[in-house]
Design a protein around this ligand. Structure first.
Ligand code: PMP
Length: 358
């Protein structure tokens, strides 16, 4: 077996012990004589599994009783569409525009009704997130939406604003990478495929009282209250995804929880930003105060040099470093499960590459 250092932005690297356990249990999960994928979602084993997974998430993130944990189909993109349907049909919500993913959320909300884009990072090429002091909210707006970590730009909120209206955050690419105060948010959601598990499903943490705001004009399936009534089981959930999230959250707990993840993530990102700041050879993208600790983005002197870098890195056992097709450049995605050794290897490769090409 040979595993490469996988810098993919998502679906992304999973902890090796998680993959090994899933492999070992693939054909016989907990002596049931079947795979978790072959088992009814009403089975006792799955019922226990999903409850334990929710408990792990509640423990790791400090989810208060006021909020409910749900697994939902459709990834984060479905949430972009559901949020305005559930909470934004009466009045225009506030959206903070920090980049590509915030933009997709805004586009979905615009289909449903008016949107107040209360901050737009265009003037800075979407290379920074606003400080809370830069924001002013619209009186009567039903909610405020932001993307905590822009996966493509490598830009994150260092601090979240305090809002009167429920704050809704797309945390797809930094959930469980740093401590958060869940009570500050009306809703948090995340596609699973970066820090939690496989793609195609989303984790939703919703303040329970908000679910009643959805009007009856919305289809049952798209109402949060439908999915809350029979938690995560209104439709047959992706049982495999829940199973992997259980293993991943077990792994996070065994490795010291979210605080330990954050410390290690800061260390890993710091190693790369140190190289990027060491000379003009490197052109880091995100503004210093908004730098992501999950997605480190940079450019180089020419596209030719960038191609050479990517090819050289690949030949040295590192893949996934090409920036998103919409922006180009380089991006190292270093989620919770990405090993420190891989970051050290990349940092050394960068220094060596500079010596040879600088
Ligand atoms: N939001 C962010 C911040 C993302 O990074 C992504 C996917 N990369 C999405 C939303 C969309 O997620 P999905 O593909 O699961 O719908």
């Amino acid at each position: 077996m040979s595993r490469i250092y996988n810098f993919s932005s998502g679906p992304a690297v999973l902890p090796l012990p998680v993959l090994e356990k899933a492999r070992d249990e693939m054909v016989d999960c907990q002596n049931s004589g079947m795979s978790i994928m072959e088992m009814s979602h009403r089975d006792k084993i799955f019922d226990t599994l999903i409850k334990e997974t929710e408990r792990n998430i509640a423990t790791l993130l400090g989810v208060p009783d006021s909020h409910m944990i749900l697994f939902m189909p459709g990834g984060a993109s479905q949430q972009f569409a559901m949020i305005p349907l559930n909470f934004g049909l009466g009045a225009a919500p506030d959206y903070i525009h920090t980049g590509s993913w915030a933009d997709k959320a805004i586009k979905e909300a615009k289909i449903v009704g008016g949107v107040n884009v209360i901050w737009d990072g265009k003037a800075d090429d979407y290379m920074r997130a606003p400080a809370p002091s830069e924001l002013s909210f619209t009186a009567g707006a039903p909610y405020v939406h932001l993307c905590s970590n822009e996966t493509i730009g490598g830009v994150r909120f260092a601090e979240f604003p305090k809002t009167e209206a429920p704050l809704i955050a797309d945390m797809s690419s930094d959930i469980m990478s740093r401590e958060i105060d869940v009570a500050q948010f009306g809703m948090i959601y995340a596609g699973l495929q970066k820090n939690l598990g496989p793609s195609g499903s989303a984790l939703v943490i919703l303040r329970k009282d908000l679910a009643d705001r959805c009007p009856d004009s919305v289809n049952y399936f798209f109402r949060y209250k439908t999915h809350m009534k029979e938690p995560s089981l209104y439709n047959t959930p992706n049982t495999w995804a829940v199973y992997i999230v259980k293993l991943v959250t077990d792994w996070v707990l065994e490795n010291g929880g979210v605080a330990a993840m954050r410390k290690l993530n800061e260390k890993k990102a710091g190693l790369l930003y140190d190289v990027l700041d060491s000379s003009d050879f490197w052109k880091p993208c995100a503004r210093t105060d908004s730098r992501s600790i999950m997605n480190v983005t940079w450019r180089m002197g020419s596209e030719e040099l960038e191609k050479k870098f990517i090819a050289g890195a690949r030949a040295s056992g590192m893949d996934g470093l090409k920036g998103h097709r919409s922006v180009g450049g380089l991006r190292a995605s270093i989620y919770n499960a990405f090993p420190l050794e891989g970051v050290l290897t990349l940092a050394e490769f960068m220094k060596d590459f500079e010596k040879r090409n600088g």
